[in-house]
Write a protein that binds this ligand. Structure first.
Ligand SMILES: *[C@@H]1O[C@H](CO)[C@@H](O)[C@H](O)[C@H]1NC(C)=O
Ligand SMILES: *[C@@H]1O[C@H](CO)[C@@H](O)[C@H](O)[C@H]1NC(C)=O
Ligand SMILES: *[C@@H]1O[C@H](CO)[C@@H](O)[C@H](O)[C@H]1NC(C)=O
Ligand SMILES: *[C@@H]1O[C@H](CO)[C@@H](O)[C@H](O)[C@H]1NC(C)=O
Length: 290
């Protein structure tokens, strides 16, 4: 009915450019700052792992983001078709989880597949989870999944179609505290608070068998003495404000957080600690969590 004037088109084009460009520059800058922080704080340097899916809006929202990361740091790129050989891949210190293809939901099946099959990240890796559309409204699902995989250093980044800074969110799983930032906040270190410093009473459970002088079950239920329990109590109780529980009974082995002297293969790794005592020569802990 009413023909669109050249001015309107032009104005629309400029607005669209501003919107896209605004998001692009802040997202790009934020991730770049996180990578710089990561590279500076990690002695082995940043290794990036990028999980992406079909129909991602990332190339449109931030065309320079992936090329910049890939040009600066060793990068592994993973999608549903390309599989990483975890034995040969360097373990990533920074993981970019691109869920921008999903506008209304947190794609837990996709995440489950990615994280079960590609545990190519270190325990300490920083996760940047980009969420599309209104999917951030279902952040409880996202949180449930990162906790399921024991991912602690994560931020959820809802990428709306507005210009300017966007929210950055994380949650302390032990205290329940929620943190909201803006993508333009600096320094980016504050996005990744040390959540292990306060386990807030979290009960660290460890299974073991009696091996003198490493572990001895002589006391009441939940208690143990010896070198290994002393070390665990020092770290968990004194350093991290958690509590400890030790048990000898083997049927609960699979739900334990730590195991003494009995390694069990798990499909994906969680916060598991093996202390090995074979010849009295070595104690290994933790496996693949540096
Ligand atoms: C990463 O850190 C190393 C060692 O500190 C440094 O040589 C390198 O230039 C850094 N890379 C980037 C892209 O900042
Ligand atoms: C991507 O878009 C195509 C075409 O719209 C659709 O058939 C396909 O299911 C989408 N894939 C994902 C993973 O959303
Ligand atoms: C942002 O996206 C929503 C839903 O996709 C749409 O309703 C809204 O008009 C968009 N806003 C702008 C400024 O483009
Ligand atoms: C340590 O954990 C307890 C819960 O067991 C909590 O009440 C307390 O506030 C925590 N201490 C600190 C310093 O956060």
């Amino acid at each position: 009915m009413c023909p669109i004037s050249r001015q309107t088109l032009l104005a629309g084009g400029v607005l669209l450019y501003a919107l896209l460009h605004g998001t692009q520059s802040t997202l790009h800058e934020m991730v770049d700052a996180i990578a710089t922080f990561d590279n500076a704080s990690d002695t082995t340097g940043t290794n990036v792992c990028i999980f992406s899916t079909a129909n991602s809006s990332l190339p449109m929202l931030s065309p320079l983001l992936l090329p910049t990361l890939m040009s600066k740091y060793p990068t592994t790129f993973v999608d549903m078709k390309n599989y990483v050989n975890v034995d040969t891949a360097s373990l990533a210190s920074l993981v970019l989880l691109d869920l921008t293809a999903y506008h209304y939901e947190f794609p837990f099946q996709c995440i489950q597949k990615c994280l079960n099959i590609h545990p190519c990240y270190r325990k300490s890796a920083k996760f940047v989870i980009l969420m599309g559309g209104t999917s951030f409204q279902r952040k409880a699902t996202a949180i449930r999944y990162v906790e399921k995989y024991s991912i602690m250093n994560y931020i959820l980044v809802p990428l709306t179609n507005t210009s300017g800074p966007f929210p950055v969110y994380t949650k302390h799983q032990f205290t329940g505290q929620e943190y909201y930032f803006r993508s333009s906040d600096r320094p980016v270190q504050q996005f990744f608070p040390d959540k292990l410093r306060n386990l807030n009473g979290f009960r660290f459970m460890m299974h073991g068998v009696t091996v003198y002088p490493y572990m001895l079950f002589l006391e009441s239920e939940g208690q143990a003495t010896g070198m290994v329990p002393n070390l665990v109590k020092h770290v968990i109780r004194d350093r991290c404000n958690g509590t400890t529980y030790f048990m000898e009974e083997s049927k609960y082995r699979r739900v334990m957080h730590g195991l003494f002297n009995i390694p069990i293969e798990r499909f994906h790794y969680q916060h598991i600690i093996y202390f090995r005592e074979e010849t009295g020569v070595f104690v290994v802990c933790p496996i693949r969590t540096v």
